[in-house]
Each structure stands twice: as C-alpha cells, then as structure tokens.
Design a protein around this ligand. Sequence first.
Ligand code: GAF
Length: 383
Amino acid sequence: MTPFERVNQLFERHFGHAATLCVRAPGRVNLIGEHTDYNDGFVLPCAIDYETCVAVGLRDDNKVRVIAVDYAEQQDEFDLNAPIAPHPEQRWSDYIRGVIKHLQARGHQLHGLDLVVSGNVPQGAGLSSSASLEVAIGQAFKEACNLPISQAEIALNGQEAENHFVGCNCGIMDQMISACGKANHALLLDCRSLETRLIPMPDDLAVLIINSNVRRGLVDSEYNTRRAQCEAAARHYGVKALRDLDLAALEAGKAGLDEASYRRARHVVGENLRTLAAADALSTGDLPRLGALMAQSHAAMRDDFEITVPPIDGLVEIIKGEVGEAGGVRMTGGGFGGCVVALLRPEKVAEVIAAVERDYPARFGLQADCYVCQAKDGAGRCQ
Ligand code: GAF
C-alpha cells in the first residue's frame, strides 16, 4: 500500500469521514555538494519517489490532532492557543510541533486540523525522511489554512524547526529540495541566495541509491562538530563562510590553523567547485566527467572531511568496479553510514545490483537495499 492510500484509509477509519485534502513531500538524494549547504555553498540534489503523505481534515476548534501510522498509530494532540513545547516522549511529534510553532512565530494564522501521517522514505538512511516530514506538515497548513507562504519559506521554516526545536544544526538543502524539487530535474541550489537552477536529468541516466544499512549512530554529534570546525576555519580566514574562500586563499592563509580544520575547509572549498562543474557535466550529459567529480567528492569526504565508514567506502569500490568510466558513485547525505548514490546507464543497473548482492555481504556481513529512483516534484497536493 502507498503512503497516500495508508493515510486516507486510516483517516476514514479513525474519523469516520474522508480527509478534506492530502499533501505529500518527497525525500531527496544529493548527487554532489556534501556539507556545503551550511557553508553558504552549492548543492545538487533531486527529490525522489519516496515521500511523506499527510491526510488533512479541518476542525472547528484550535486543536491539532496527529496520528503517526508508521509509529504504531501513536497520537499527539495539542492546542494552538497554548505555548507549544517538545513532547515528553515521542520524538516524531517534535518535528510536527516544531514546524507549527515556527509557522506561528512567523505570524501565520493557523486553525485546528486533524492530521494522519505516513511515509516510505527509509529512516536514518540519509535520504531526508525528517525534512520530508517537516515540509509535508508545512504544506498541509499552507493548503488547509490558505497561508501566503512560498515553497522556500516552507523549507526555511522546516529548517528552523529542526535547528531550534529538534536540536540538529542542519543546513537548508534537504528542506529546499523537498519543497522545491521538479520532476526529471536536479536542482543546483545556491545555499546563500537560495537561487536555483534546474538541471534536466538525461533520459539515458539511471539514479541508483544503495542503502548500506549501517546505523548512523554518531551522526548528530559528529555533524555538529563538523559544522563547528567549518565555522572556526571561516573565522580563521576572516571570511563570512567557507563559500568565500578559493583554493589559492585556502593555501596562502593556512598557517596557524589546526590540521583537522584545514582539511575540513579543503573539502568544502573543493566540493563547491566540484558541484558547479558537476551541474555543467550533468546538463551536457558528460558522464565520464560527472563520474570523475563524484569520485573526487567521495575521496574528500573519506580523507579530508572524515565522514565515511568502511562499508560505505567498500560499496563505492564495488560499484565503481562495475560502472567504470561510464558513471559515478559516491556517498550521499550527512555521513557515518546511510546511502551511496550511483549515476549510470540504465542497462548497467542490474549488473551493479548483482555485484552489490554478491560482494557486499561477503566483505562486510551486511545486506544492502537498492532503490532505482526517479527525480520527482517537490511538495504539493496529492493528485
Ligand atoms: C544532512 C543535513 F541535513 C543537510 O543540511 C546537509 O548538511 C547534509 O547532511 C550534508 O550535505 O542531510
């Protein structure tokens, strides 16, 4: 059953009538541009065909009632007229409460809603299940309360909720692509200006995501540490953000900067250049160039940013051995486990999956899950 079917079925069973409307917001895969977003840099993600759906019913009071289908139908209920605080136990509730609290703080007038939520974005896999939930809730209130809010503002509001209510210091990439993605396109996003450029995905290019199924245990603390190191490096160089540094300035000014922060900065400066080059390579269908840039990106995440783990490096080696020059592969997302993304010719997909199924369990004692994805539209009403 799809998330759309699940939320509508449960809504009707629980409330005794059909939902008034239903919205969706996708997860994402980042093709290149990792840990650049909070350095005001560039990213190149696309929205994927895994999503969070919310069935919505209007209430005639100021209460919000939520049912989380994927959390054993747990429920939450709170009043829009009272201060909204984190839930004492249910972490999933905080993404919803945080989004609503921040919509109110932005001055939006909300009224009570019944919400039933379900999604199929793999959780904890680096495919932005949290951002898709934040954006789906923002979209639900936009549609149900006729809010004068742009898709970019829904994204910014979701990021604020995650930074200040949930407590993860993430950048803006995941919420922006979930809110603003376009079918059959990747989105080159300037995370400083929020300007976007749509890059068509070539017809003869497959997007294959391979989930390492490595639990991303350290991700929150390590993520926040990387961000602090990048900010310290920017202060050392006297720039607003690492986005403002080029390779020559990086080398010329490194005296006095600790080795780890220098290498973090080197990844970010190089990754911004690689991301811009990759957008051009994708738009001209230059797969060998794209593959080389993705390989450099992965090496920098492994050696300079130090966010990969052996099973992820192993998956990249196994897949690179199959696709050769005619494609690219790299870790995608925050790191410390999660997924790798491969861009390759569709006729190669079956061979790559077979190689992963043969070699990955033998080397790491783990099973990988493979998803062949399509670039999808960002958040909106379910059709
Ligand atoms: C996570 C964060 F949420 C993003 O903002 C981004 O920093 C990414 O890690 C790394 O590129 O998905």
